[in-house]
Design a protein around this ligand. Structure first.
Ligand code: ATR
Length: 288
């Protein structure tokens, strides 16, 4: 990897606010990008208690921070603290990236773009006019659903353990794209749905060694993307691979949402290969 930056009086500060945040892989990825591009900047993880988010944002802003990411549990709570929010982030109802422009805070959400770039790069999947099943209706699912519709997906089915949450997301999607077909259902109602692509956004498979659905009866036609990256192959992805489907884990989405954030801050194309290498190393080091 490239050498560490020399910190000086003119080093620009960036960071990620979360709670807890010490396991975040973003510092490794973003610092590698700054080094690779020859930008004198440092990216730090800030553990911010939810009760002190407003104070932390005001303090970092007053101290000249240039930009920051937000992760769990701050993505929604940060909205009222910002001066401007992109229409995409407004529709999603969550912000993961903020740029500080002479004290003005502009928020956006790069999660959906990250997913779309991963679909293209890792699965060679173009969502235009395609039928996509999303498992989950949380913050990640919201960003992914809006991005898929923006990219031209023809038919979305959103399935969630709590069906009311899926229904709410489907309704928000239909309001934004009334011409598209968006429906919601329960996780147990998926038999024979036959989507072209399945995207798994729930936390199931992260630690419990289980899968949110059995692919056997579902008849997925082409590909399965699980946004979990640790473990690198969840039980759902292993089953998809055995069924001969194309598979991708969450590393691509993580990489590309980070690259889109870096570009939002710097206005430059992100040094993707440096970020990918740093992310791979950080993931390997993080696996117990
Ligand atoms: P994120 O921001 O990562 O999307 P989130 O907003 O907390 O996180 O959403 C977590 C998702 O995982 C939700 O869809 C949640 O389902 P509920 O809306 O029913 O809570 C889903 N999830 C979490 N644990 C689950 C489990 N044991 N079985 C099925 N779905 C689960």
């Amino acid at each position: 990897m490239s050498a560490a930056p020399v910190l000086s009086g003119s080093t620009s500060l960036y960071g990620v606010l979360g709670f807890p945040v010490e396991h975040s892989l973003s510092p490794a990825m973003q610092n590698a990008a700054f080094v690779s591009a020859g930008i004198n900047a440092a990216y730090v993880a800030f553990p911010v208690d939810p009760a002190r988010l407003e104070t932390a944002v005001a303090g970092l802003c007053a101290a000249g921070i240039r930009g920051f990411n937000l992760t769990v549990p701050h993505k929604q709570k940060v909205l009222p603290l910002l001066d401007e929010i992109t229409p995409q982030a407004q529709a999603i109802g969550a912000v993961n990236t903020v740029r500080a422009d002479q004290g003005r805070l502009l928020g956006t959400n790069t999660d959906g773009q990250g997913l779309l770039s991963s679909l293209e790069e890792d699965l060679a999947f173009d969502p235009r006019s395609r039928r996509v099943l999303i498992l989950g209706a949380g913050g990640s699912a919201r960003a992914i659903a809006f991005a898929l519709l923006d990219a031209g997906a023809g038919h979305l089915v959103i399935a969630n353990r709590t069906p009311e949450r899926a229904a709410l997301l489907a309704e928000d999607c239909r309001q934004a794209h009334p011409e598209r077909h968006v429906e919601s259902c329960r996780l147990e109602q998926l038999e024979g749905l036959a989507p072209d692509l399945l995207i798994q956004t729930t936390t199931v498979g992260m630690k419990d060694g289980s899968a949110p659905v059995d692919l056997a009866g579902l008849q997925v036609r082409e590909a399965v993307c699980d946004i979990i990256y640790s473990p690198p192959e969840t039980p759902l992805l292993a089953q998809a691979r055995r069924l001969g489907l194309r598979t991708a884990n969450g590393m691509g989405m993580l990489l590309h949402q980070g690259a889109a954030a870096w570009t939002f801050w710097t206005g430059k194309p992100a040094p993707l290969e440096a970020m990918r290498t740093a992310l791979r190393q950080a993931i390997q080091q993080a696996i117990p």
